[in-house]
Design a binder for this molecule. Structure first.
Ligand SMILES: *[C@@H]1O[C@H](CO)[C@@H](O)[C@H](O)[C@H]1NC(C)=O
Ligand SMILES: *[C@@H]1O[C@H](CO)[C@@H](O)[C@H](O)[C@H]1NC(C)=O
Length: 334
């Protein structure tokens, strides 16, 4: 069974080498000298994570590199790198003060990203305490296997969306709903940075939960626009069964398909926190540093940042519309 999460990259690599339709590669319109003469050193995934961390991590990044990376961050929730003194408790009680209904909800959502509920914090600490061991995360899962049902006609197309034909849930219900919350928040706030997504099986339905040991970060890399529609001119790539029927248009919003959530960073002391959580779209526009340094060349037209480059992947999270005819979303952790 293939690993569907890699399908975009691998299928493209495959079709690329088979059909050699080089004319499409967006990078071909950029002179190679642009890449060679670039003054900043090469950015690494670890630089990216450090920059989204506390001062103690971000200050070690080359300033030019930091500037270029920062220009590719499109925050869905305001970035508060200095909020480390704001312990989660400080927020409680604030929310009823004086916000309008809408503003109040937004504030609550921001807080849920900066300082998630306890089970999320515990998972973040577990990630560090276990020394970045994916098995520690997997042990937080309920062993019950849930078969992935037909999702929006996927069976008819012989499409298997998930890594395995069954998924699981976290034992903590609050953790499960938190992951659903993240999908919904990306849906709701994406348009503020130019990312319109749908929660469907061609677009946003999965993310990869990873542990980055060198920065101590637990995160999820979401991939939107997973199966763009085949189009002779715009996207001449056959990606197999799961692409059939896609209505995702290949356009500039592909640049925004990598969305990163980071859990708060635990400090070395038993209880403290070094940095709040983050939710950011990583802009992979072709003249930016993310495209240049963090997207493998053979998938540059797909703009895929690989989860394995960010850390050890523990599980995939899939948020699938299983209801019929009314959409009802269900989480499958594979
Ligand atoms: C996103 O959707 C909104 C509302 O449908 C639309 O006004 C806007 O132009 C769209 N933005 C992009 C970048 O497609
Ligand atoms: C694609 O289809 C889905 C499901 O029918 C719908 O929710 C979504 O808005 C459509 N997207 C576009 C870009 O038309």
């Amino acid at each position: 069974m293939g690993k569907p999460s890699l399908s975009l990259g691998l299928t493209l690599l495959f079709s690329f080498s088979l059909t050699a339709s080089y004319s499409f590669t967006p990078s071909s319109s950029f002179p190679t000298s642009l890449k060679q003469s670039s003054p900043s050193p090469k950015a690494t995934p670890s630089d990216l994570l450090s920059l989204l961390g506390p001062k103690s991590q971000s200050s070690s990044i080359d300033p030019l590199l930091a500037q270029e990376l920062t220009s590719c961050f499109k925050f869905l929730v305001p970035f508060r790198p200095n909020a480390k003194k704001l312990v989660p408790e400080k927020f409680s009680g604030r929310k009823f003060l004086r916000f309008e209904q809408k503003g109040q909800r937004e504030e609550e959502e921001d807080v849920l990203v900066w300082w998630p509920p306890q089970p999320v914090l515990e998972l973040a600490r577990l990630a560090v305490d276990s020394g970045g061991d994916p098995a520690a995360i997997q042990r937080a899962l309920d062993p019950t296997m849930i078969t992935v049902p037909d999702v929006e006609g996927s069976e008819e197309n012989r499409c298997q969306l998930t890594r395995t034909p069954y998924g699981r849930h976290f034992i903590s219900e609050e953790l499960n709903s938190y992951i659903g919350f993240l999908f919904e928040l990306i849906l709701a706030r994406g348009p503020t940075v130019g990312l319109n997504v749908s929660l469907n099986r061609y677009d946003l339905f999965h993310g990869h939960l990873f542990l980055a040991l060198d920065t101590g970060r637990l995160g999820i890399l979401f991939h939107a626009k997973e199966y763009p529609a085949y189009d002779k001119e715009l996207f001449p790539y056959n990606m197999g069964f799961c692409q059939r029927g896609s209505n995702v248009t290949y356009d500039d919003s592909m640049n925004l398909r990598n969305i990163l959530w980071l859990a708060p960073l635990p400090s070395n002391s038993a209880k403290g926190w070094e940095a709040p959580g983050v939710l950011v779209v990583l802009d992979a526009r072709p003249d930016g540093i993310i495209y240049r340094d963090l997207i493998p060349e053979y998938v540059n037209f797909a703009r895929t940042i690989y989860e394995d480059d960010l850390g050890e992947v523990a599980v995939d999270v899939n948020y699938l519309a299983v209801g019929n005819p009314e959409p009802r979303f269900q989480l499958f952790i594979c």
